[in-house]
Design a protein around this ligand. Structure first.
Ligand code: AMP
Ligand code: GLY
Length: 414
């Protein structure tokens, strides 16, 4: 099968790696890809957000499947442009992608589908969470414990277009739950967790993600299946009823609270950097599953449970998230890979044949092991071999969960 992968980040590099593991793959192409993906397939200088150019490329390659990584082209309708022109695509159309693109749409769908979520509040009074309606690249949510945080949040969000959602502040453990969807049914993937804050101990500003691990202790296949039953499947039913079947990865950010699971948000695509941890432990053929989903024939096809755990540590520019790093030479990638770890590229470029930095989140270092503790030790062993001017990473990714071991948090599933 000839596959065109749309996107250029660490998530897409991880997906590319997994797609190349499939015996069904004959050619892998990427638009635009990155230097890591270029080692696995052919990269084409076509921007993910340029739907007409992606369609033209898919046609010229005679691509049999297009897999779309990022949310912006999906919310913009790339999948519709491809599908109406007869190109098979793994990714939702504009209507269904609004589950990520509009918080108020997501709330309306959850209400209609009976999916548990945070209660809406009539007024912005602390404690509460303020959410801007549209896509905001992770910057549209302010969690407020005090009224002065509410005031600051209101002025921070004042420039966002559309209505503001005010909801109750939930406490608990957060988990990222992904399911491959064919419009009607869902196949669950292993649970994952990400680390959004810039510094150790969850301090500092929110970022695009500083690390992740998968699976999550206590959220094993049975719990994941139960959560997909309560969250993803009702949403799929409701979207199909509205005439906008969801084909692609439906990603629910769920808070496991003492009174049961509550959905915090939906995304219409694979998460980053969760995918970098999820894909290396995923058993089964991802390409076969995505192609079946695109044809509407995936169904609920339970994948074998993961045999290993994975931990991903993101290496960033020194001043990230305020600023990126461009043009500094990167060393140690081969040494890191020689330990058996994956090094998934995010913000890198090639300059005169040398690998250099090109962004805020530069590399994702992922290692697997028979336990989270083993995977974590291997990831940090590999990451220590990588250097560039100002390189920085969190030192506590998966630390607490590794200590938990496989202990079941059954109290969180009441
Ligand atoms: P979102 O963009 O909706 O995923 O929100 C970003 C982050 O804000 C989530 O991953 C949570 O950590 C936090 N968050 C969102 N909604 C709530 C809520 N109702 N209560 C507590 N934290 C929340
Ligand atoms: N890791 C959260 C996201 O991809 O939005």
């Amino acid at each position: 099968m000839r596959v065109l992968l749309v996107g250029s980040g660490g998530r897409e590099h991880a997906l590319a790696w997994k797609l190349t593991r499939s015996p069904l793959l004959t050619e892998l192409h990427a638009a635009p890809g990155n230097p890591g993906i270029a080692r696995l397939g052919d990269c084409h200088p076509v921007l993910a957000d340029d739907a007409e150019a992606v369609l033209a490329l898919a046609r010229s390659l005679a691509a049999e499947l297009v897999v779309v990584g990022p949310e912006v082209p999906l919310v913009g309708g790339l999948a519709d442009v491809l599908r109406t022109n007869g190109v098979a695509v793994f990714g939702p159309g504009r209507g269904a992608a609004a589950i990520e693109g509009s918080k108020s749409f997501a709330k309306a769908v959850m209400r209609a589908a009976g999916v548990p979520t945070a209660r809406d509040l009539p007024r912005p009074l602390a404690p509460c969470v303020l959410k801007a309606d549209g896509l905001a690249a992770g910057k549209g949510v302010v969690v407020c414990h005090t009224q002065s945080e509410v005031e600051a949040g209101l002025s921070e969000l004042v420039d966002h277009p559309g209505p503001l959602v005010v909801e109750e502040l939930l406490e608990g453990e957060e988990v990222s739950l992904f399911a491959l969807c064919d419009g009607l049914d869902a196949t669950a993937l292993p649970a994952a967790r990400d680390f959004k804050r810039a510094f150790d101990g969850d301090a500092g500003p929110n970022t695009g993600g500083m690390g992740s691990f998968s699976p999550v202790p206590g959220v094993d296949s049975d719990e994941v299946e139960d959560l997909v039953d309560r969250v993803h499947r009702p949403v799929l039913g409701e979207l199909a009823r509205r005439g906008m079947p969801f084909v692609g990865t439906l990603f629910a950010g769920v808070m496991l609270t003492p009174s049961g699971p509550r959905v915090l948000e939906f995304n219409c695509r694979f998460g980053a950097p969760e995918t970098q941890s999820l894909v290396p432990v995923l058993e089964g053929d991802l390409l076969e599953a995505c192609a079946a989903a695109a044809q509407g024939s995936l169904g609920a096809r339970p994948l074998p449970p993961p045999k290993e755990a994975a931990v991903t540590v993101v290496v960033t520019a020194g001043r990230y998230p305020a600023d990126g790093n461009h043009g500094s030479e990167i060393s140690g990638v081969e040494e890191a890979e020689a330990t058996g770890a994956h090094v998934f590229h995010a913000g890198t470029a090639l300059r005169d044949g040398a690998l250099v930095t090109n962004g805020g989140r530069v590399l994702n270092v992922t290692a697997t092991g028979s336990s989270l503790a083993e995977a974590r030790a291997a990831a940090y062993d590999a990451v220590a071999r990588i250097s560039f001017d100002g390189a920085r990473y969190r030192t506590d990714i998966a630390a607490a969960a590794s200590r938990l071991g496989g202990q079941l948090r059954s109290d969180l599933y009441t």
